[in-house]
Ligand binder design. Structure first.
Ligand code: SIN
Length: 305
């Protein structure tokens, strides 16, 4: 049997298939559909310092091969999460990576310090890339700010730190480099692409927030390109995200240079997909005569020109 476990600096996962923040609730919602033990890990919805009600509706709209959302970080707030939800998640026998967002560096540090008290948490994912809240994406578009938030969180908390980056910049490589130099254990690539939908008969935007973030199969080629470019240029483990819905998609991200992947939008229409992909990964690695996931990570061959 091939070895499925993967190591992303200080973060060790039993397998490389994670479920993405914002697509799996706080996991309770998925209990009827998923054997959580099979997953590489769960990343619950982003937590902020205070509870948030999110953006006005409509907050989602289907696009061609994708989903536009402008949720606006609707969440319970970190204190309620730690008091009411974390124990449940830590009982699920899979890695729990807590995703957090602050309005400024101090808030990131304050939330990280609280989560850091809970040593069973596997890691922290810093959402420095939400396109749907004011200031949410700023940290992820400026290498200096990205580095500052990563290094200050590292100082405040012993957990492995992952920076979740936005594709809505000229060069994700530059931001990933800054995050890596500041001490990020890994980078998650990528959050959603900014987009919008229009009801032309009413001359109105469909989303209550006008602009949203596009996810799903529509963005897969774009995400794959970014994963590959960062893998070429930056020495940091990558968690690939973007429209993954089949084992072929998983293999493409791994071969492009990702060490692990997150399943996002597909959870909404096929909640059982992630555990199915873990089984299929074992089969395909066996078929490819691989001893471990590491045997295929970053093995893309570019033909000589
Ligand atoms: C949202 O809550 O608006 C989506 C989260 C994100 O894109 O980071």
């Amino acid at each position: 049997m091939p070895q499925l476990s993967v190591q992303l600096n200080r973060l060790k996962l039993a397998n490389p298939i994670l479920v993405a923040s914002g697509t799996f609730g706080y996991a309770r919602e998925m209990a009827a559909f998923v054997d959580f033990k099979q997953l590489g890990g769960i990343i619950p919805k982003t937590l902020t310092a205070a509870p948030r009600i999110g953006n006005p509706p409509p907050r989602t709209v289907e696009a061609s091969s994708g989903l536009l959302n402008s949720i606006g970080l609707d969440n319970d707030g970190i204190d309620a999460f730690l008091a009411k939800t974390l124990d449940y998640l830590l009982g699920l026998e899979t890695a729990i990576i807590v995703n957090i967002a602050g309005r400024n560096t101090e808030e990131f540090v304050q939330i990280a310090a609280k989560v850091g008290q809970h040593k069973q948490v596997a890691g922290l994912e810093l959402n420095i890339s939400c396109p749907n809240v004011s200031g949410g994406v700023d940290f992820g578009t400026d290498p200096r700010l990205a580095a500052e938030v990563v290094s200050q969180v590292r100082n405040a908390c012993d957990l492995p730190v992952i920076a979740k980056l936005t594709p809505n910049v000229t060069s994700v490589v530059e931001i990933a480099q800054a995050a890596a130099e500041a001490g990020a254990d890994a980078v998650s690539l990528v959050n959603t692409f900014q987009g919008m939908a229009i009801d032309w008969r009413r001359r109105k935007p469909i989303l209550g927030n006008v602009i949203g973030g596009l996810s799903g199969p529509a963005i897969k080629p774009l995400a794959l390109r970014i994963v590959w470019q960062v893998a070429q240029a930056v020495n940091v483990p990558i968690i690939g995200i973007g429209g993954i819905q089949s084992i072929d998609d998983v293999m493409e991200f791994l071969i492009a240079g990702a060490t692990a992947v997150q399943i996002g939008t597909a959870n909404f229409y096929n909640p059982g997909l992630a555990p199915q992909l873990v089984n299929e990964l074992t089969e395909i690695l066996t078929e490819q005569n691989c001893q471990s996931v590491g045997d295929i990570v970053g093995t893309l061959q570019i033909p000589a020109r």
